[in-house]
Design a protein. Structure first.
Length: 307
């Protein structure tokens, strides 16, 4: 895969240090070959795991369908973690709608390769990597068959040199099909999932599917966020419920997973996304930013538990 600079990250891969000199832990799952792996599969898994084991925790942001605000939530989780002093990476693997570059003001960005692979872009201290950086043109639809898509996601994951991070926030492709499945299976040791939904009943079915998806894969569900929950008046801030409300909370309760908060529709959220500035940074004092910061509470609780 060639990036926009015309550089082949594979070349950097060959020149880089051999896989799995990251930790030297003999118990590490990348230290020995699995019975069902051939040489190439083993080498690729070692390469991937040696990169990702330098990241302490990874969370995946999922949604049952597109357009519910998954990327918005992922960007703001990353910014909220960064604001409390964590080393944060944001990985956008939404192959059909990589919106993270726009939301972080990195549109048209070209990537550099270091000796050990592709170097993430910097968005005010957040390390960012998006499939969007590698796609030839933002207006072009990606029309790839399944195996090609999966191969691209895998290659991409193997090529990024994240370095040491406290948290990697993964903006997954929407749904519960092959693409999010590949992402969740390729990335070892995902700490948990945040599921984003809208309040309407039609979205509820999809949340159930996302929760079941996580349970099947053994990924703990950190909680459900209900986005576009009512309309926040730009003048007075009062939230009017223009759709039904509480769908996300109801499902979270009925499926026994935490509810992490309701984010209203707020024109300032859309404007922040279009302007490339995370809402929690630009509107840090607003009630909605406080809701967004609340989403990282379970992540901080996990850190505290580990101490
Ligand atoms: P997804 O990742 O689920 O496809 P996005 O995060 O890209 O969804 O959001 C889709 C659009 O909706 C973006 O333009 C985003 O700025 C906007 N948006 C998301 N959440 C809100 C909200 N709470 N209020 C206003 N606009 C929002």
């Amino acid at each position: 895969m060639e990036n926009k600079n015309g550089k082949d990250p594979g070349a950097a891969r060959e020149a880089g240090p051999s896989a799995c000199d990251a930790c030297g832990n003999k118990e590490c799952s990348a230290a020995s070959r699995r019975s069902n792996e051939n040489d190439q599969e083993f080498a690729e898994r070692r390469r991937l795991e040696s990169r990702l084991c330098r990241i302490r925790r990874k969370i995946v942001v999922l949604s049952g369908k597109g357009g519910v605000g998954k990327s918005t939530v992922a960007v703001n989780i990353a910014a909220a973690l960064h604001a409390v002093g964590r080393r944060v990476g944001l990985l956008d693997v939404d192959i059909h709608g990589p919106s993270v570059p726009t939301m972080l003001g990195l549109e048209g960005m070209t990537l550099d390769s270091g000796p050990d692979g592709l170097l993430p872009a910097d968005a005010g201290g957040i390390a960012v990597m998006s499939l969007g950086f590698l796609l030839p043109h933002p207006d072009e639809a990606v029309i790839w068959r399944g195996p090609l898509k999966m191969g691209a996601i895998k290659q991409f994951l193997m090529d990024v040199a994240w370095g040491d991070l406290d948290w990697l926030v993964i903006d997954s492709p929407p749904g519960t099909g092959d693409e999010p499945l590949s992402v969740c299976q390729l990335i070892p040791g995902i700490t948990g999932a945040v599921i984003v939904t809208t309040p309407q009943k039609v979205a509820a079915v999809d949340v159930r599917k996302s929760i079941t998806f996580c349970r099947r894969l053994g990924i703990p569900v950190l909680g459900v966020v209900e986005n576009m929950s009512g309309f926040a008046c730009p003048k007075c801030g009062e939230v009017t419920p223009i759709f039904s409300r509480g769908g996300g909370r109801g499902i979270a309760e009925s499926m026994n997973v935490p509810f992490l908060g309701s984010i209203p529709i707020d024109p300032a959220i859309a404007a922040s996304g279009d302007d490339g500035r995370p809402y929690v940074r630009t509107f840090a004092d607003s009630p909605t930013a406080a809701v967004m910061r609340g989403i990282i509470a379970p992540l901080q609780a996990l850190e505290a538990e580990a101490k």
